[in-house]
Write a protein that binds this ligand. Structure first.
Ligand SMILES: C[S@@+](CC[C@H](N)C(=O)[O-])C[C@H]1O[C@@H](n2cnc3c(N)ncnc32)[C@H](O)[C@@H]1O
Length: 215
């Protein structure tokens, strides 16, 4: 069973017709008993990047539009967010963006093939600020090995958060697992997610880290 797909916007996402001959951006997991073959998923062989917690799809769409030679997969647990992002991908006519509805760790473990990902993007993961909820955070000791398995040796994980304690935990969890913070690779350009836009307007500090995998 797919872990809880119960989060998302209050209003139902728009229904958008798929143009004939176009692949549905939502990947039907029932058609994949095992790990994806990227070539089958996207209909070509290209560099693949993954965004975890793709929400409304702002970043995924911007990444896919900016780099038509690469393919982009968003993993999102909220079913309504997935449907909203699907509608936006279809409207934008993007053929290099796909979506998987499910809990990220479960999807990584079960559906992503080993090695090969050029980049994993994780922007504004839920910080679960209450102490009793901290165990729900994505970055736990079990998470870095899942990232390591799917990432290419020369790949990278990009993380942004506005939450200083979570930023500290993310860095600690990754470094304990042997990941290195790349001090030269901080980025301040590129797509801005919905949450980033909101936090920038509020003048909050944004922490961005690029992690390189253990050798
Ligand atoms: C704070 S929002 C950020 C959304 C987007 N990345 C942005 O920056 O605008 C966090 C997103 O991650 C999703 N999410 C949280 N935990 C997840 C998990 N374990 N697996 C997949 N998606 C998750 C939430 O449903 C939500 O859409």
């Amino acid at each position: 069973m797919i872990p809880s797909l119960n989060r998302g916007p209050r209003r139902a996402p728009p229904v958008v017709e798929l143009p004939p001959g176009t692949a549905d951006p939502i990947v039907a997991l029932a058609a994949h008993p095992g790990p994806f073959a990227w070539g089958d998923l996207f209909g070509r062989e290209a560099l693949v990047e993954v965004e975890i917690g793709s929400g409304k799809g702002n970043t995924l769409l911007a990444l896919a539009a900016a780099d038509p030679d690469a393919d982009f997969l968003g993993i999102e647990v909220g079913s309504k967010w997935i449907r909203l992002a699907r509608a936006r991908i279809i409207r934008a006519g993007l053929t290099n963006a796909r979506l998987v509805g499910g809990e990220a760790q479960w999807v990584l473990e079960r559906y992503l093939p080993a090695g090969g990902l050029g980049r994993v993007h994780i922007y504004f993961p839920d910080p679960w600020p209450k102490k009793r909820h901290a165990k729900r955070r994505l970055f736990q000791p079990t998470f870095p090995p899942l990232l390591r398995r799917v990432l290419a040796a020369e790949g990278e994980v990009r993380v942004a958060t506005d939450h200083a304690p979570y930023h500290a935990q993310i860095t600690e969890v990754m470094e304990v697992a042997g990941w290195r913070v790349d001090p030269a690779a901080e980025w301040d350009e590129g797509p801005v997610s919905s949450f980033e836009r909101k936090y920038r307007e509020q003048g909050r500090e944004i922490f961005r880290v690029v992690f390189r995998p253990p050798c």
